[in-house]
Structure formats: structure tokens, C-alpha cells
Design a binder for this molecule. Structure first.
Ligand code: COA
Length: 259
């Protein structure tokens, strides 16, 4: 697979996507979203890839939507601009495998939104995150008003979106925007450790967990609990469930096969 704006590496059991426009701080242009869209399709078709790590080349994860392309938008094309990027991020979030963002630096605007579309966020101590769109006379267009609110609550989301203020890694962790902060030199190692841990689990259980946790943001508690029970029943029909429970009873390590 050839991409111009991202690097794609397939490892044992997982893949790494590196946003690769470092001279533009990995600003998300149309080509980058097209590349991401295509690589997501390829990953979905590859059952060997059981987790995904997303990071950025250079000093940014991504410094937002490409402001040069954005500047050319009018009302009509602006809606398309927002929808295209938003759909790619929704596809990422809907992946059946765990997706971890290793936020290596600036994650601003669309960069913060892309990180928020991932299931887990690990940040380097140099990460800087926020939704500065208000400074450009717009609002976030890829989920900044929606996912940020779900992650940090209405009050903090309102504050960050209205001021465009940027938070550092520690503050991002304090407000729940990132899961963990690591020294820059450890970020990839810690991210890969997470990935290597989750790929030892049953892919069936992992997918069901992603699905059920995501559903909790859309359903009432009653509906969510019903959904969880439904998923639980489905997973109880898997060979991995039998293997996992039997391995415990036999005091051995489970050998999951994803069936
Ligand atoms: N879109 C397009 N180009 C961008 C960009 C973006 N979102 N963010 C950075 N770049 C480009 C710069 O124009 C510059 O290109 P040039 O060398 O051809 O002039 C290059 O990336 C390096 O950026 P620069 O601003 O020189 O780096 P810096 O270290 O001084 O500042 C930031 C870093 C992140 C503070 C600054 O780039 C910035 O504010 N970017 C925009 C953030 C933003 O508003 N994002 C929301 C977009 S909707």
C-alpha cells in the first residue's frame, strides 16, 4: 500500500499509522483523510491486525485541519469539509480493534479530535491539546464539541471550546482528556506495551467491550445494561469464552483464537 501523507507499518498482531506531514505539523488535509480512509479499509480486511496505534511524525500529533484548505471553504464546501473528516474519524472510532493514540506533541483542533476518536490516549510530556478553532472564527468540525464534552464534561468542554485555550499533558490527564502521560522517550514503548497486552486477549471479548463501552455514551443506563447482557450472551457462545474459562479452571494460560 502506498500513501503520501501517512506511514503504515504492519507488526506482529498490530499496525502503526504515523501521520507524516511533519513540515506542516501533520495538518489534516484532504489527502491525509483520504489516506486514512483507505488504510482503515485495508486494516478492516486484515484479520491479522488486532490493534492499531496512531501517532505523528515530528513535534506534532496533528496541528489541526489544514488551514490553507479550510480558508478556501464557503458555506457549502465547509459542510463537506467537516463531514469528510468527521466520517473518517467515526470509522476509526467504530473499529472493532482497540485504537490507541500516542499523542507525541501538538494535538490541536482536528488533531485533538482525531486523538479523541481513538479508544485510548497516551500522551508525551510535551503534548499540547485543545480546540483553538474559535480563534479562526469557526467551531470544531470533527467532533470537538461532542467528544470533548463526553470526555471532560460540559463545563470544561465549554471553557476549552470557547477560549481556544491549550492544555499541557498533565492538565489533559487531570481533566480526563488523556489516559496517561509518559516521558517523551517512553511514549512509544508504553503505547506498544498496551497494544501487546490487549492483543493477548480474546478478540471477540475485546470487540464486544469496545462496542458496549461506546454504546454507553448513547443509551440510558437501563438500555445500556440490556445491551451489555445481550453482548454477554453473544460472547458466551464463542470458543474463546469456553477456552478462557476452562484455562482458568485448569490453571493454565488461555489460548484465544478469535472464534
Ligand atoms: N494547517 C496548515 N498548516 C499548518 C497548521 C495547520 N493547522 N499548523 C501548522 N501549520 C504549518 C505552518 O503554516 C508552518 O508552515 P510553513 O513552514 O510553510 O510556514 C508549519 O506548519 C510549522 O508551523 P509553525 O506555526 O511555524 O510552528 P510553531 O512551532 O511556531 O507553532 C503551532 C506551532 C501548533 C502553535 C502553530 O502551528 C499553530 O497554531 N497551528 C494552528 C493550530 C490550529 O489553529 N489548529 C486548528 C485548525 S482548525
Amino acid at each position: 500500500m502506498e500513501f503520501t501523507t501517512i506511514k503504515f507499518e504492519k507488526k506482529a498482531g498490530y499496525a502503526i499509522i504515523t501521520l507524516n506531514r511533519p513540515d506542516k505539523l501533520n495538518a489534516l488535509n484532504n489527502q491525509l483523510f483520504t489516506d486514512l480512509d483507505n488504510v482503515i479499509t485495508a486494516i478492516e480486511l486484515d484479520s491479522d491486525i488486532r490493534a492499531l496505534l496512531l501517532t505523528g511524525e515530528g513535534k506534532a500529533f496533528a496541528a489541526g485541519a489544514d488551514i490553507k484548505e479550510l480558508n478556501a471553504c464557503d458555506s457549502r464546501s465547509g459542510k463537506h469539509f467537516s463531514e469528510f473528516g468527521s466520517n473518517v474519524m467515526a470509522r476509526l472510532e467504530a473499529m472493532k480493534i482497540p485504537v490507541l493514540a500516542a499523542v507525541n506533541g501538538f494535538a490541536l483542533g482536528g488533531g485533538c479530535e482525531l486523538a479523541m476518536a481513538c479508544h485510548i490516549r497516551y500522551a508525551s510530556n510535551f503534548a499540547k491539546m485543545g480546540q483553538p478553532e474559535v480563534n479562526l472564527g469557526i467551531l470544531p468540525g470533527y467532533g470537538g464539541t461532542q467528544r470533548l464534552t463526553r470526555l471532560v464534561g460540559v463545563a470544561k468542554s465549554m471553557e476549552l471550546n470557547l477560549t481556544g485555550d491549550i492544555v499541557n499533558a498533565e492538565e489533559a490527564k487531570r481533566i480526563g482528556l488523556v489516559n496517561e502521560v509518559f516521558d517523551e522517550s517512553e511514549l512509544m514503548e508504553k503505547s506498544i506495551s498496551f497494544i501487546e497486552k490487549v492483543i493477548t486477549k480474546s478478540p471477540i471479548a475485546v470487540t464486544a467491550i469496545i462496542d458496549a463501552v461506546r454504546a454507553s455514551t448513547k443509551l440510558s443506563l437501563k438500555e445500556g445494561l440490556e445491551y451489555e447482557s445481550q453482548k454477554f450472551g453473544e460472547v458466551c457462545g464463542s470458543q474463546d469464552f469456553k477456552e478462557g474459562t476452562l484455562a482458568f479452571l485448569e490453571k493454565r494460560k488461555a489460548n484465544f483464537i478469535g472464534k
